[in-house]
Design a protein around this ligand. Structure first.
Ligand code: SAM
Length: 355
């Protein structure tokens, strides 16, 4: 059996983000403002069989969480099929005893628990009113829905589309389908929505959802990010506490991206603050990414990629693919360099990387 993936800094890699497409029906100004065409033609995108095969190998290598993302992953018509196939990886490996003693063919030995524990999706919510149910039926565990404003005009200005009501319906549809607990992602950008931070907290209480506030990162295709536009995690927390006192959720943060809080008055809902710019958490990073065209990225901010697609399509054996992945993981960067003077933003925006 292959070893558990670890990088050269001894960080175990447990979390895989898989981008299903680099197409998106939104034009969020902090990501893909001009709707650049997909970087690769369709035949260079991984098919659902290739995604399934790659994920099966990643799970053998110890990946426990898979998050499907994009682009807008629900623009991929075969998403239910992909979810169904990946949900099959949730069979714990402990159920699959492995033959270890070849001299006595009937001897089987327990080799430990491996298997997918969590299959999640990040979406802009547009397609959920009609498809939340089918995602759940296909085997999806959890969903994160992006929502950058509660005001129609600001939502339109930030996302490029006038569909706030429809996304709200999508959130309700996800709840009705039982895709709970629902997480809501809001990227907070100075001059756009920082005045809504406490309103989002009120929304979390009212709808019993987990709000995730994200600092604006230099991953926009227009390369217009500026430090002055970043609303720090600290400021986000202060803005919430002015209206709703918070208590940290006492647990070891582990490789979680968010610092988590509950409402001090016991109200439902949860707050999470993701502050990669002002409070980097690279030391505990357990993530690796697979782009829609089959490139492995070892960090959101990597400037190099490794083509798993080419290795798979060149007819490599499973063992050769495992060796390739292990080698790539060893090259994972110790940290991102956003705060260093010579920082160069990756050429691909979040929508092409898979956020
Ligand atoms: N289309 C889906 C969605 O809207 O959630 C999934 C892909 S999107 C790239 C994933 C997440 O990345 C979203 O929550 C989005 O807000 C976030 N994101 C994109 N660009 C970002 C940036 N420059 N800084 C911080 N977060 C960003």
């Amino acid at each position: 059996m292959a070893g558990i993936l670890k990088d050269s800094y001894n960080r175990p890699i447990r979390d895989l983000r898989v981008s299903l497409t680099d197409r998106c029906n939104f034009r969020c100004f902090y990501c893909l403002p001009h709707g650049e065409p997909p970087i690769a033609p369709k035949e260079q995108m991984l098919s659902y069989e290739e995604i399934e095969y790659a994920c099966d190998i990643f799970v053998e290598l110890g990946i426990e969480k898979i998050r499907l993302t994009g682009g807008e992953p629900m623009m991929r018509r075969d998403i239910e099929q992909i979810i169904f196939k990946l949900s099959q990886l949730k069979t714990p490996m402990s159920d699959k005893l492995q033959l270890v003693d070849e001299s006595a063919n009937d001897k089987l030995k327990f080799v430990g628990h491996r298997g997918l524990r969590d299959l999640a999706l990040t979406t802009n919510g547009y397609f959920l009113p009609h498809r939340a149910e089918s995602l759940k039926t296909a085997g999806l565990d959890r969903i994160t829905i992006s929502l950058d404003s509660l005001k129609r005009d600001v939502f339109k200005q930030m996302t490029g589309v006038d569909v706030l009501d429809r996304v709200m319906e999508g959130i309700q549809a996800a709840k009705d389908a039982g895709l709970e607990p629902i997480k809501i992602n809001a990227v907070i950008v100075r001059g756009h929505n920082e005045d809504e931070v406490a309103d989002f907290a009120a929304f979390a209480r009212e709808h019993d959802v987990k709000m995730r506030f994200i600092e604006f990162m230099p991953l926009d295709s227009g390369h217009e990010w500026s430090r002055a536009d970043v609303v720090s995690g600290r400021e986000i927390r202060q803005r919430i506490e002015e209206r709703f006192p918070l208590e940290p959720i006492e647990e070891s943060r582990g490789s979680n991206t968010a610092s988590r809080y509950r409402f001090a008055d016991g109200a439902p809902g949860e707050i999470g603050i993701i502050a990669p710019v002002t409070e980097p958490f690279c030391g505990a990073c357990s993530r690796i990414r697979l782009t829609a065209d089959g490139q492995i990225r070892t960090c959101l901010f990597s400037t190099v990629e490794y083509s798993l697609r080419d290795v798979m399509r060149d007819g490599a054996s499973r063992q050769e693919i495992i060796q390739f992945i292990e080698g790539v993981v060893l090259k994972k960067e110790p940290r991102h360099y956003i705060n260093d003077p010579g920082f160069v933003a990756p050429s691909r925006s979040m929508s092409f990387i898979g956020g």
